[in-house]
Write a protein that binds this ligand. Structure first.
Ligand SMILES: NC(=O)c1ccc[n+]([C@@H]2O[C@H](COP(=O)([O-])OP(=O)(O)OC[C@H]3O[C@@H](n4cnc5c(N)ncnc54)[C@H](O)[C@@H]3O)[C@@H](O)[C@H]2O)c1
Length: 265
């Protein structure tokens, strides 16, 4: 049995791609896994493979989360780990053509799904004496990404949220990290796959992302944004420090600690 044996994990977007790979890896290591997905059939199919629990839900709806937590805790007795991974692209590069529904959907799944997820999970993880959360951001959460600016916005939001929650969640012995993969070979990029292959761009296998997620879930570090590139070990991104104030006598001064309780640099 593996290190996560006897633990309970929730994976959102677990019906496909990266989430499916993480769910399978977690089950392999001996964890009990709840597969949460908007696509209930896909969730069932994945959960059935390892005796997990399938939960059909839209993670972007705040009213879905009490039901998710209740379903998992009543089946497995609690929750220790979560991979908040469900996400969508907009498919729209041109902001003048962006329609409201596409925008709201991307923000709903990619941002609200993580915010509502963390909010609902913290009490459940705290009740077990702590735990770990990993959110799937993207390399587009660390760089500008012109092919999909709204997707890029949502993934930056995830990275900022993760870094900001470190001290608060740390008080409950909960770690929180983000994984930031470049392009991963999943159904999400199916339409662009041919183009990417033609150009020789190296796609990342889902197993590499799943490995990085498991690593963060079982480690002590918190607040990291793990860059995942084809053929490289996952690497914690090193954020630069923005310049401080230069007004007379305040050079380099930080805000009072009550205002900025934690500086991630
Ligand atoms: N594939 C890539 O190149 C790539 C790169 C970086 C980051 N990511 C991120 O990885 C995550 C997983 O993407 P993937 O490539 O595995 O995609 P995927 O399309 O294979 O899987 C996404 C899953 O999320 C589910 N989902 C969508 N909306 C949902 C909702 N509202 N509630 C619950 N489930 C929902 C889908 O049904 C699907 O099963 C996403 O957050 C994505 O942004 C992907």
């Amino acid at each position: 049995m593996g290190a996560l044996s006897g633990k309970v994990a929730v994976v959102t977007g677990g019906g496909s791609g990266i989430g499916l790979a993480t769910a399978a890896r977690l089950a392999d290591t001996g964890a009990s896994v709840a597969v949460v997905d908007l696509d209930g059939v896909a969730a069932e199919r994945v959960a059935d493979e390892f005796g997990g629990l399938a939960v059909q839900a839209d993670v972007g709806r705040s009213d879905a989360w009490p039901g998710i937590i209740e379903a998992v805790t009543s089946r497995f007795g609690g929750i220790d780990f979560a991979h908040l991974n469900a996400g969508v692209m907009t498919g729209e590069a041109d902001i003048t053509k962006l329609d409201d529904d596409t925008y709201r959907r991307a923000v709903g799944v990619n941002v609200d799904g993580v915010v509502f997820g963390v909010r609902a999970l913290v009490p459940a993880l705290t009740a077990r004496g702590g735990g770990a959360i990993v959110a799937t951001a993207s390399l587009a959460g660390l760089i500008g990404f012109s092919p999909d600016p709204i997707y890029c916005l949502t993934k930056h939001a995830v990275v900022g949220l993760v870094r900001s929650l470190v001290p608060q969640l740390g008080e409950h012995r909960i770690t929180i990290n983000a994984v930031c993969p470049s392009i991963v070979d999943t159904p999400m990029i199916a339409e662009q796959r041919g183009l990417l292959e033609q150009s020789g761009f190296p796609l990342i296998d889902v197993s590499a992302v799943a490995e990085a997620v498991i690593d963060r879930l079982s480690g002590e570090e918190s607040g990291q944004a793990m860059v995942i590139q084809a053929g490289r070990q996952a690497l914690a991104f090193r954020f630069g420090r923005p310049p401080g104030p230069r007004a007379g006598g305040t050079v380099g001064q930080l805000p009072p600690t009550e205002f900025a309780a934690h500086d991630q640099g």
